[in-house]
Ligand binder design. Structure first.
Ligand code: 5GP
Ligand code: MN
Length: 360
């Protein structure tokens, strides 16, 4: 069996054991709370909104809950403004959970990824369903309905397979646009190897719904302020530290610097990728100071496992080449700690990647 066959059959198996039970569950109208992780990205929001539209079309009530606010780059997404933000409306979000029959989590492997919302989700009494693609799903998910597959590019991809498999409502342009957004953002605009032949098969199928790909790209990526562009220049020019001996670079920004450039939520999105454009950089980290902590984004371009690194040292996690983390000891101590770790991980990092020409 080739890669493509084993991959598609694996995904088919993902739903095989639960399909009949779930079909019975969705036979009568249900109230569904769709929950995303904190600082939701395009995959989380795209997946949740796609499911919301799908379930509503199928005669259910569905609403999205986010632990905290979403960035303005997602403001155009259909009905995103109806999202209940727990940090802003904890009472309403809790009431919604209390009256929901089904809790549907997308794009996370642990209820703790929803921060303060986690205890509400752990104690939820109805049916819990999770669709995710992160490694190491947590025991605390505590449901037989964890549809997790780390070989796929995005949660949105599994959401699409779920929709086809359950066949509760027809897919339309709105649903297709949301799924496309999830796949597009989580594959780095179709540039990472986690996009499989099936990923492009799904994109081909979605194209049949006349999604406006160019418009989606503009709405996602060309919506920033003049100040944000200058913050980017400042970060690259003055706040990037390069360690050629460790094939590593980081960018760090303080609260004051962010305020100086009128920082808005989402403005530093993508900054962590910039140092990777340097040929000699295999590992890149972004440190962003906010009120309580330093938020970290970690990326690598070889096989240096930033998921493990973030889990072990910075209270985080994610994927092999993209992870997040946090530190509670202030910027200076955090950077010191990180620089010390670079010595410990020196050989792992420098041997993690190699520029290799494609041979004929
Ligand atoms: P970002 O740097 O964009 O915040 O996160 C990169 C990737 O790591 C995303 O897939 C995100 O969902 C995941 N991630 C970020 N923070 C955490 C964390 O604390 N735990 C886990 N398990 N994943 C995280
Ligand atoms: Mn994702």
């Amino acid at each position: 069996m080739g890669y493509f066959d084993s991959y598609t059959s694996m995904k088919r198996n993902l739903f095989a054991d639960s399909k009949d039970e779930l079909a019975r569950l969705f036979e009568t109208p249900k109230k569904i709370a769709l929950v995303v992780h904190c600082n939701p990205d395009g995959d989380a929001i795209g997946s949740a909104l796609a499911l919301k539209h799908y379930f509503v079309k199928a005669g259910h009530l569905a609403k999205v809950i986010a632990p905290n606010a979403y960035a303005q780059s997602y403001a155009w997404m259909p009905q995103v403004e109806q999202t209940l933000v727990y940090e802003q409306q904890p009472g309403a979000a809790k009431a919604l959970l209390d009256e929901s029959d089904i809790l549907f989590g997308v794009d996370f492997n642990d209820w703790e990824r929803t921060n303060k919302l986690a205890s509400e989700l752990i104690s939820f009494q109805g049916v819990k369903i999770v669709i995710d693609h992160h490694p190491n799903p947590s025991e605390n998910l505590n449901t037989p309905y964890v549809f997790s597959c780390i070989e796929v590019s995005s949660a949105a991809e599994i959401v699409y397979e779920f929709m086809l498999e359950m066949n509760l409502a027809p897919i339309d342009e709105v649903i297709a646009s949301c799924i496309f957004t999830g796949i597009m953002t989580d594959t780095g605009n179709f540039s990472y190897n986690d996009a499989s032949p099936r990923t492009y098969g799904i994109i081909s199928e979605l194209s049949a719904y006349h999604i406006d790909k160019e418009r989606i790209r503009r709405l996602l990526f060309q919506v920033y302020s003049f100040e944000r562009m200058r913050l980017k220049g400042f970060a690259l020019n003055h706040k990037m530290k390069f360690f050629p001996e460790h094939n590593t670079a980081y960018i760090w920004l303080t609260k004051e610097e962010l305020a100086q450039y009128n920082h808005q939520l989402g403005d530093t999105e993508g900054f962590v990728n910039m140092p990777l454009d340097i040929k000699e950089v295999y590992f890149s980290v972004l440190f962003i100071e906010n009120d309580q902590k330093i938020k970290m984004s970690l990326r690598s371009k070889g096989n240096f496992d930033v998921n493990l690194f973030a889990r072990k040292h910075f209270d985080g996690g994610g994927h092999l080449n993209a992870a997040g983390g946090r530190s509670y000891i202030g910027m200076e101590k955090t950077l010191n700690k990180f620089e010390h770790l670079l010595n410990d991980y020196h050989s792992d990092i420098v041997s993690s990647y190699c520029y290799e020409a494609i041979k004929e």
